[in-house]
Design a protein. Sequence first.
Length: 99
Amino acid sequence: MLDEKDIRIIKKNAERLIQKGDIIRGEKGRFAEFFLNNSKNSFDSAKLLFKISNNKELQKSLGYLGFNGYLWVINASYYSMFYMARALLEKDGIKLKTD
């Protein structure tokens, strides 16, 4: 949980990035659906990898006995969260300057 000090630091950093031009407002919602779909697809991948990693019968039926996809469950879950955050920012027209 964030305390008041953490929130003040985050707000100060956000204000600095806005002043610097690294965070800008643009057209609202233009790519929100794109990022939302990426988030859903990444989450579905994580769920499937988790299911296969936990189910020996499924592994056997697919020809992947001993399959361990837990690392990629974490990776796909991370990207699901990343894309969801991007969808939320995009919905409000907030753009992050990138190289």
